[in-house]
Design a binder for this molecule. Structure first.
Ligand code: SF4
Ligand code: SF4
Length: 240
């Protein structure tokens, strides 16, 4: 599982993970069906990385993209604000126009990666989180992809340059976990309300689309940790 705060991303942990050299046949015919008739539990949960990519492709400020294209919902376990992409009343994605995705080059990573999915799990030996990939059952999901192209997992990730965001994804997970940890440490509703607003700002809004994302995530994480350092850093005693 990615982490506590992102556990809602994971629908099913009994996935059949595949290796990076596993092959699959897939060519998106751009029918747009997977972008229509979305049910409530199919809503696309956005990360900061998704938002940053959308801001760049739309050439819009973060606050404007959030206001126009996103809804905020409170996460139950994490107690954090979560961001989902708006849908039209018929259940189609807000970015689907005339059957085509209008943010193709900046669409959320979950759309870019399809039909692959991934889960981040802790490798206890190395003490690091690692991604594990699985192939979605796209045929039974009604996907109308053709099968005249073949890719390995590595080739698919490389084709869309997905791994360039891996370090940012890890930092975003750490930032979310830090906000959630702080939130759970608070005792009054007023403190929690304030932290909810701070979390929303630090997780989604305080980013400049014209600057590299990784440094901004590092700065925001350091700020959140500085709010209650005793929660995040062990005290060291100096022996004389
Ligand atoms: S962002 Fe694009 S690919 Fe993703 S659901 Fe919306 S229209 Fe479809
Ligand atoms: S349903 Fe399949 S073929 Fe159609 S747009 Fe989505 S991924 Fe592509």
């Amino acid at each position: 599982m990615e982490n506590n705060f992102q556990s809602h991303h994971v629908k099913n942990l009994n996935q059949n993970f595949i290796t990076r050299d596993s092959k699959f046949r897939f060519r998106c015919t751009e029918c747009g069906d997977c972008c229509r008739n979305k049910k409530l539990d199919d809503m696309i949960l956005l990360t900061t990385i998704d938002l940053y990519r959308l801001c760049r492709v739309l050439d819009m400020e973060t606050t404007d993209v959030v206001r126009k294209y996103c809804d905020m919902i409170p996460g139950r376990e994490s107690m954090l604000p979560l961001l989902v992409m708006k849908q039209h009343l018929d259940g189609s994605c807000i970015f689907l126009k005339k059957g085509r995705c209008t943010v193709h080059d900046g669409k959320p990573l979950i759309c870019t990666m399809y039909p692959l999915g991934r889960i981040s799990l802790l490798n206890e030996e190395r003490g690091e989180h690692e991604y594990h990939y699985f192939l979605k059952d796209f045929k039974s999901e009604g996907c109308r992809a053709a099968d005249d192209e073949e890719y390995s997992v590595d080739e698919w990730l490389g084709k869309y340059n997905i791994e360039q965001y891996d370090e940012c994804s890890r930092l975003y997970a750490r930032l979310g976990n830090a906000c959630s940890k702080l939130m759970h440490s608070l005792s009054t509703d007023e403190q929690r309300r304030e932290m909810f607003t701070t979390s929303f700002f630090m997780m989604f809004l305080k980013y400049d689309r014209n600057e590299p994302l990784q440094e901004q995530l590092e700065t925001n994480l350091a700020y959140v940790q500085s709010l209650k350092p005793e929660l995040f850093f062990e005290k060291r005693t100096v022996k004389s």
